[in-house]
Write a protein that binds this ligand. Structure first.
Ligand SMILES: NC(=O)c1ccc[n+]([C@@H]2O[C@H](COP(=O)([O-])OP(=O)(O)OC[C@H]3O[C@@H](n4cnc5c(N)ncnc54)[C@H](O)[C@@H]3O)[C@@H](O)[C@H]2O)c1
Length: 344
């Protein structure tokens, strides 16, 4: 990319998430928010007022705003059903695109976007903010040291009694579609493995405040023979896990437990030969909290840096479609009652 002093940004979808995106954008010295788009013009005006984006062009028609502002980057913060159309239009106008998760509302739409980004030679990436978290990086580093040997088994539990009271209460596959993408992507990030097949069972627990299934258990076979299990519910009162899930990672010479927060425990085999091996506790290195470990904000900074430096973002559509494929394969398995191959 030709070096420009300022990268021009248009943000589409000025709802709840857009505040955090725009806050970061306004903190970056080398970007300029030149346009805000929402089907409800007042939503865009409200964000412009709140963040004092007085120079930004406000509109309800993305095509028109793109034409008039000629941005380098489009931030897509619309609802999942609008992700395909918004990202496609932005890519075809020659923009790099960072989209809120999920990449798209269907695998077919995701494939269309990945192909479009390749065709127009623009970066297209997805907000997987949990990859930019000091705690998950700490677990990842502990695994990468190689001391524990190869990973064989990974379990994650996600239990939160979430009373959203909005559209989610009526949504089908609410947990798998709206939340599990984060956990599945974290499983790929931690293990470095890709999905092969899945068997999933979904149900709605008695007394649920959701119209459809809000609990699921999925067993994934991953590359290298690694097994990954997911147990989750948005309808589980008491003893909540973190939003990052509660994890156990078992390797050939030891295990890690991680509560999704600051509690990371590592035990490594010291001696084998008896009925039980003996172990030593290992204190995993702390990962410093920096600009690179601030979730959304770091993901946005990294994407802007990728565009500027001409390097592929780690959550590119090409990679992220594999996490999305886990979601749709789990849903297909739950609906068919059969084990399903994961393809993308
Ligand atoms: N990464 C995370 O942790 C995280 C957390 C919550 C939500 N999200 C994702 O962020 C996205 C937005 O969620 P939200 O909570 O901000 O939703 P929201 O409903 O508050 O905001 C969405 C906005 O997009 C606008 N919009 C819808 N269709 C549009 C279109 N075609 N063109 C322009 N504007 C359009 C709506 O009018 C609304 O203002 C979703 O994809 C959601 O899954 C991500």
């Amino acid at each position: 990319m030709e070096q420009k002093d300022m990268l021009r940004i248009v943000l589409v979808g000025c709802g709840a998430m857009s505040r955090a995106w725009l806050q970061t954008a306004t903190e970056l010295a080398d970007v300029e928010v030149v346009g805000l788009v929402d089907i409800y013009e007042e939503a865009a005006h409200a964000r412009a007022r709140e963040l004092q984006l007085t120079q930004a062009l406000i509109g309800t028609d993305l095509g028109e705003v793109l034409e008039r502002t000629r941005p380098d980057i489009v931030f897509n913060c619309t609802i999942p059903e609008a992700h395909l159309q918004t990202s496609l239009q932005a890519l075809e106008a020659g923009c790099h695109v960072l989209s809120e998760k999920p990449l798209a509302a269907s695998l077919e739409a995701a494939r269309t976007l990945v192909a479009a980004a390749k065709r127009v030679e623009r970066y297209f990436a997805v907000m997987q903010n949990r990859r930019y978290d000091a705690n998950i990086l700490r677990v990842r580093h502990a695994l990468a040291s190689g001391e524990l040997g190869a990973l064989t088994t990974v379990n994650s539990d996600f239990y939160i009694g979430a009373h959203f009271g909005g559209f989610r209460d009526q949504m089908r596959h609410v947990l798998l579609l709206d939340m599990a993408i984060h956990t599945f992507d974290a499983a790929r990030f931690l293990t470095g493995a890709d999905p092969v097949s899945v068997y999933c069972h979904e149900w709605n627990p008695a007394g649920s405040w959701y119209d459809h299934d809000a609990s699921a258990i999925a067993i994934f076979e991953m590359t290298g023979g690694l097994m990954y299990t997911y147990r989750g519910s948005w309808c589980a009162e008491g003893l909540a896990t973190t939003w990052e899930s509660d994890w156990r990672l078992i390797a050939q010479r030891g295990s890690i437990t991680w509560d999704g927060g600051k509690d990371v425990r590592v035990q490594q085999v010291q001696e084998t030969g008896g009925f039980l091996s003996t172990f030593r506790d290992v204190e995993p290195d702390l990962v410093e909290r920096t600009e690179r470990t601030q979730g959304h904000s770091s993901a946005i900074r990294d994407f802007v840096a990728c565009v500027r430096e001409g390097r592929a973002p780690q959550t590119s559509g090409t990679d992220n479609i594999k996490s999305l494929a886990m979601v749709f394969a789990a849903i297909e398995s739950a609906e068919s009652g059969k084990r399903v191959a994961v393809s993308w």
